[in-house]
Design a protein around this ligand. Sequence first.
Ligand SMILES: O=c1[nH]c(=O)c2nc[nH]c2[nH]1
Length: 455
Amino acid sequence: MTTYFRVFEGTAFTARSPKEIDVLKDHLFCVDANGIIARTVAPDADDYEAIRQRHADEGRYQRLGPGQYLLPGFVDLHVHAPQWAQSGTSLDVPLYDWLHAHTFPLESKFADLGFAAEVYDDLVATLLANGTTTALYFATIHKESSLLLAEICAKKGQRGLVGKVVMDDPAQNPDYYRDADTSTALADTEAFIVAVKALAKNVKQGVYPVVTPRFIPSCTDEALTGLGALAAKHDTHIQSHCSESDWEHEYVLERLGKRDAAALRDFGLLGDKSVMAHCNLLDENDAALFAATGTAVGHCPISNVYFSNSVLPVARWLEKGVEVGLGSDVSGGYSPSLYDNARQAVISSRMLEEGVDPALSADARGVPSSRIGIAEAFYLATAGGGEALSLPIGRLAEGYAWDAQIVDIALAGAKLPVFGNDVPKHEIFQKIMYLARPENIREVWVQGERVHKRA
Ligand SMILES: O=c1[nH]c(=O)c2nc[nH]c2[nH]1
């Protein structure tokens, strides 16, 4: 019999597809030394008992307690790491004003490595405690502190995909916070890619460099073209913002005479490893381009309420075969929790379907067939995120990384309202998704290693 690195026994919820959740009752999850789920074993398998006994004898076995459930770790597709320092504030102004009055002044402080270490340390620990095992981060324009963020992810055991942000256009960015010039922006990006790839050689869960033009308005055409070439040369992930608000969308149309999606494609920035945040104002052609190129949408439902002037038609784009995952967008979104964002994704979709203006008649008020349920929101936070990043994460299934959260619904002081022993598991799942708080997340594992345990 194979000896595994570790074997877990428990009941798990994992997404098979956007609408289908598998309930794996009392399964064994056999994890190999690389942190990959080598086998899942159902209780009726011939060798179930023997595997359990053997690994218990060898001290490699963990059985979940009563009231505990396994969920895949969450994949956050859009986090502005420096903005953690202003989370929960300044959300009463439009995007352009918010960037210039609050966000750029804050991000400029990340030239100071001491300040960066304090904020990034706290953010990565907080995300892990909220069940986020993989995060796609925007850092700042500073090469050194961006690398520090990758190092902190490496040390704390989170799978971090980190971008040094490029903002090189002197006409659009303040003097105190922009790349010195285009060639410096490109040279710093390439040096950053090389440094993160070197760091990654000794990081079990992986850290990845990400080519990161902030958005088209921040960057010159030359920088955008150069970044597309760098991503191709080093085969990196790419992230940016796309068609995110009326102001931004109009700016790109006026400057380039085309929509964001076509412009990003022409700069070489769309592809299977590309994730574009927001995308609220995509049209049918843009969405078809995303589906054809494998470009994913990072859906940021909380932030969209504040900055995006609309609701993303997430059900429509899923139906059309666009890859979609979930992003907290700290700090355009106030919450670091993908539970909160999953809840908002459902609420926003219901508001899009029903409409919001009571002065209109019911049949003119909303967009039919726009709703998603909590199962789809869970898919976005897990398997959808993994597919967006083209990584084997986001599912508790063979061949996927052991990235998992153990959620306790019976915890004294944070008990979920489950009464009796016959509550169906799909209802337990819904209660976890709607009601769990960070206190309920007892342990978090990444690539077979425990990275968070609540005392
Ligand atoms: O929500 C957002 N947050 C940002 O920091 C940003 N920069 C460009 N566009 C943005 N949108």
